[in-house]
Design a binder for this molecule. Structure first.
Ligand code: URA
Length: 190
């Protein structure tokens, strides 16, 4: 692929799996292609399919709020995408086949952005990038070696946080705040 825009163009016309038949828009990316932090989510939902942008629905608004609370500007400091670029019907989890077909786009995005830290947001992103059977509660907040000397860190998906409102010590929301602080500190030391 010649450059990032060619990749995006190819992805916007992709028909490699059945998801292309039911999508309204391909959801390729948001944020800064030069950012040091990249976040990989699961798949577009209804709002994302409607707008063509990742993480703009309820979960996305919570994600943006959490990032902002930690001084991370969603447009400036981070590059955001998903493991698959088209919405799975009824928001089901994408199949292995769908993830495989979409993988060339994700791999190229990682290559072009060349982030120092890759946030794996939820179990689907974790399973795509890490060979692990451990649950997200066991591995969140830990750094793993990523592509091209980057570091990958799993965090809870914001949809999970929407179902768990507590911010008390030890709650998923509390732990996520800790994880984001850890990411910020790591970035300073890089
Ligand atoms: N959930 C995701 O994983 N990605 C989105 O873009 C929106 C919701």
């Amino acid at each position: 692929m010649k450059n990032f825009d060619d990749l995006k163009k190819k992805c916007l016309g992709c028909q490699k799996c059945e998801l292309s038949k039911t999508r309204t828009n391909v959801v390729f990316e948001d944020g800064n292609r030069q950012a040091k932090i990249m976040l990989i989510g699961e798949a577009p939902g209804a709002n994302e399919d409607e707008t063509g942008l990742p993480f703009v629905g309820r979960a996305g608004k919570l994600l943006t709020k959490i990032l902002t609370e930690h001084g991370i500007d969603r447009e400036k400091d981070i590059y955001i995408c998903n493991t698959v670029k088209c919405r799975p019907p009824e928001n089901r989890v994408p199949t292995d086949f769908e993830k495989q077909q979409c993988r060339e786009y994700l791999d190229s995005q990682i290559e072009y952005v060349n982030p120092r830290i890759i946030i794996l947001c939820g179990m689907t992103a974790v399973k795509s990038m890490l060979d692990t059977k451990l649950s997200i509660s066991k591995i969140r907040g830990k750094f793993f070696d990523g592509p091209n000397f980057s570091k990958m860190i799993p965090i809870f998906h914001p949809s999970y946080l929407l179902r768990n409102h507590s911010t008390e010590e030890g709650s998923p929301r509390f732990l996520t705040n800790q994880d984001i602080e850890k990411i910020k500190n790591e970035l300073v030391s890089l």
